[in-house]
Design a protein around this ligand. Structure first.
Ligand code: ARG
Length: 568
């Protein structure tokens, strides 16, 4: 229950009965403040704001309103120097929060605000014939978390992996494959083998200019739909996706569409025509561009001087396609901030085209990931592959469990949940625009602000509940009057709002941090109070609190893509 709104409602009714005045609850809500210290109440209405309407002195107004209010939701209402102070009835608050959370169960925090609306989310969007490395962790996990969060709020979500599967490099790769590769090796070596071929091409092309021609010729063949070229190209794609799929499985990530850049090859011409018709396309040294200097941006290049299309051209076709296919309310691009300019240009061109619907598009950008203080560089070989990182995380988690709880059944399954969960939690803990540095200690520590810490707290609550069994008496909510219980209650109460805010700002970190705050509050509560008390009614209330906290932690973790094992 929204106690602040209840206070506003009571004040509004009191104004009507004491003064015959009409001040709506919404207007009262605008005036109500949170007092600087708790001894001044949970909410306060500064009555001088009503003086003009009621034509009385603030302290008189406060006195009269107080006299007209009588509600079980507030233990006290006081008139103090022109302020009307409301003291929430903590037992009523506890009862209300816990009953709401437990009645709604797994759905607590969900909503129907997204009903009938569609969100397209472009995330992960890997490049063919390149390895999946830790630089892709953020886009993959932020996107996937947003997918879950929006879904929880009732939106229909469309997850798109906008594959980087078009460009001259694929001609070069085929040329290299034809010269030095063979099917068996690539099949066995996967993406690594393709990368090797590509590197060799670039090295040898320096001394052998004929290679570049070969590469161009093969790309032309792909473009012209040559059967052999297409067959090899599609196979490269398959091999890359099979590799990526392993990682997606580990991370629990899914997509509804793999329509990548090559999907738009035959969909660009109508956009180019529209740009031309609307007089937006100008020639510049043989290239076709849309000028954006009026908005302090370099031009958007639509066609190169050799007639080739670009990343931008394909994104324009894609945005139009998504609008026509999904009629989205929002179309999100979860892509690193290095592409800020690209998306600004893209959205500006849409605006110039008069595509009003493009207002629903947003670049959900994020910072860089480094590993142990070192930036990741392909060129210098400092690359951490995601699959290796996850495998190592699982191994390390296994080591920790072997030490902490050697008795645990299905240890390897739990280690997998903890190891992978630690990595995901780490990726989603900070505001997304921050650069982050991954270290094992920061991710896997059981005591810090980590995934394992929150998961462990959840498992501990499960264990308390298992031992306690059914409550033996009706709950006495007055037993939850203390600051530690109230802190847990307040967090549980705030959960639905947190989920909505996370969607509004496209910030899964709100949910990640929330889960951590709740875990901390629960541990403080657990440290200060005996759950299994001599007083059976107090026990019953604390068990309800424990159950609601456990459930809320589990839901929060699931929204960011973490499992919550019941035993650890
Ligand atoms: N493949 C691109 C890259 O790795 C990201 C694509 C993002 N999506 C888009 N529609 N541009 O940089």
């Amino acid at each position: 229950m929204d106690f602040k709104y209840q206070a506003a409602y009571l004040a509004s009714r009191a104004a009507a009965s004491a003064f015959g005045a009409e001040v709506s609850p919404e207007a009262m809500l605008e005036y109500i403040e949170t007092p600087p210290t708790p001894d001044m109440g949970d909410f306060a209405l500064p009555c001088f704001k009503l003086s003009r309407v009621l034509r009385k002195a603030p302290n008189m107004i406060a006195d009269s309103l107080k006299a007209a209010i009588d509600s079980p939701l507030f233990s006290r209402v006081e008139s103090v120097s022109g302020y009307l102070n409301f003291y929430v009835n903590r037992a009523a608050y506890a009862e209300n929060v816990l009953k709401t959370a437990l009645e709604q169960g797994e759905n607590y925090g969900s909503d129907t605000v997204g009903g009938g609306k569609t969100v397209v989310i472009d995330y992960s969007s890997i490049n063919i014939a390149k390895r999946f490395h830790i630089g892709h962790l953020s886009t993959t996990m932020i996107g996937s978390a947003l997918y879950r969060i929006y879904g929880f709020l009732g939106y229909k979500c469309v997850g798109v992996n906008h594959l980087g599967d078009w460009g001259t490099q694929f001609g070069k790769m085929i040329a290299a494959y034809k010269r030095w590769g063979d099917e068996e090796t690539v099949r066995r070596g996967g993406v690594d083998e393709m990368v090797k071929l590509y590197v060799r091409f670039n090295t040898e092309a320096k001394n052998d200019p004929a290679l570049e021609d070969e590469g161009r010729a093969w790309f032309k063949k792909i473009e012209d739909g040559d059967e052999e070229a297409l067959k090899i190209f599609r196979w490269f794609k398959e091999v890359t996706l099979k590799d990526a799929e392993k990682v997606y499985d580990m991370l629990g990530v899914k997509f509804d569409s793999y329509a990548g850049e090559s999907f738009y090859i035959d969909k660009m011409q109508p956009v180019i025509d529209e740009l031309t018709e609307k007089g937006l396309l100008v020639e510049d040294a043989g290239a076709r561009i849309v000028k954006l200097d009026e908005w302090n941006m370099p031009p958007a290049i639509i066609l190169r001087s050799d007639g080739a299309t670009l990343y931008m051209t394909r994104d324009l076709a894609a945005i139009k396609y998504r609008h026509e296919t999904y009629n989205f309310d929002k179309n999100l691009y979860v892509v690193a901030y290095q592409q800020d300019l690209h998306f600004k240009q893209l959205f500006k061109v849409c605006e110039l085209l008069g595509w009003d619907w493009a207002k629903g598009c947003e670049h959900v950008n994020f910072g860089m990931v480094s590993f142990g203080g070192q930036s990741l560089s392909t060129r210098e070989g400092r690359i951490v592959y995601l699959e290796d990182l996850l495998t190592q995380a699982i191994e390390k988690a296994e080591g920790i469990i072997a030490e902490k709880s050697p008795e645990l059944e299905n240890r390897s399954a739990v280690a997998r949940q903890i190891g992978i969960g630690a990595v995901i939690f780490f990726a989603l803990f900070n505001g997304r625009i921050k650069d982050i540095d991954f270290t094992w200690d920061k991710a896997l520590n059981f005591d810090g602000e980590t995934g394992p810490y929150v998961m462990y707290t959840h498992a501990r609550l499960c264990s308390v509940l298992r031992k306690a069994g059914e409550a033996a008496a009706a709950p006495d909510f007055k037993a939850l009057d203390d600051p530690e219980s109230q802190a847990v209650l307040r967090l549980i109460d705030e959960f639905p709002q947190t989920v909505k805010l996370a969607a509004q700002k496209n910030e899964p970190s709100y949910v990640t941090r929330f889960s951590c705050e709740l875990a901390k509050a629960v541990n403080r509560f657990y440290y200060e109070h005996r759950i299994l008390d001599d007083d059976a009614s107090a026990t019953a209330a604390r068990l309800m609190l424990t159950r609601a906290a456990r459930q809320t932690i589990k839901t929060a973790l699931s929204l960011i893509g973490l499992d919550a094992p019941e035993k650890m």
